[in-house]
Design a protein around this ligand. Structure first.
Ligand SMILES: O=C(O)CCC(=O)C(=O)O
Ligand SMILES: [Fe+2]
Length: 209
């Protein structure tokens, strides 16, 4: 018999489950009002979710102007705006759990989900802050759920200073908060090591990109 009720944080068929947040989240203060929260292994069954998203998301190649020429964006993308149906129910659960944990501190819910697919070590994101919307002038948060092969996320203060490295993959959660988007920059550098694919899901409040 098919179960009548579906436990929201648990997928019994595939061992997919989101762990608690609460005390398991570890905050690192970066300085200048910026911080990051880390919750390694938040999602169990991340490899199954990776496969579902890799297959099920209508990934798009994009091209952008870079100085005076059009170049390929070195990763595949798909953006889900608020109100759009997310591509997997576990992402609805993740959004709900993040909002339960961060709503008071953030002052508004996470609403959008930006997905990136890094096919191999040649795919990357250059140094930047998510400064469209509130992130350019006010504190905000960007929560990243990482699936698949771990890649390094680097963070460095704007205007120079030592960078910080966090390896993200396999269901890890990392949240950039406070002034992080305007006082620090982040990047996923290319790597020449043989590197399998990674999917990153970034949850953001309204208007932040
Ligand atoms: O891949 C990641 O985890 C980061 C992506 C990112 O910084 C962005 O899309 O703004
Ligand atoms: Fe970013």
């Amino acid at each position: 018999m098919k179960a009548v009720f579906q436990p929201s944080l648990l997928d019994l068929d595939h061992g997919i489950a989101l762990g608690p947040l609460g005390d398991t989240v570890e905050r690192t203060v970066l300085g200048q009002g910026a911080w990051i929260d880390a919750r390694p292994g938040w999602l169990t069954g991340a490899d199954v979710v990776f496969e579902r998203l890799a297959e099920g998301v209508p990934w798009k190649e994009e091209r952008r102007w870079m100085y005076d020429k059009v170049v390929d964006v070195p990763r595949l993308l798909k953006f889900y705006d608020e109100g759009e149906r997310l591509p997997d129910p576990v992402l609805d659960d993740a959004l709900e759990a993040l909002n339960a944990h961060y709503l008071d501190e953030l002052g508004e819910p996470f609403r959008t989900a930006g997905l990136c697919f890094y096919r191999d070590g040649r795919d990357s994101v250059a140094w930047h802050g998510d400064t469209i919307g509130r992130g350019s002038t006010e504190d905000t948060m960007v929560a990243i759920l990482s699936l698949g092969t771990p890649r390094s996320l680097l963070l460095r203060p704007r205007g120079g200073g030592h960078s910080i490295r966090r390896d993200l993959g396999h269901g890890d959660l990392l949240v950039m908060g406070g002034s992080c988007q305007r006082t620090w920059e982040h990047a996923i550098p290319k790597t020449s090591r043989p590197t399998g694919p990674r999917i990153s899901v970034q949850f953001r409040p309204r208007g932040v990109r």
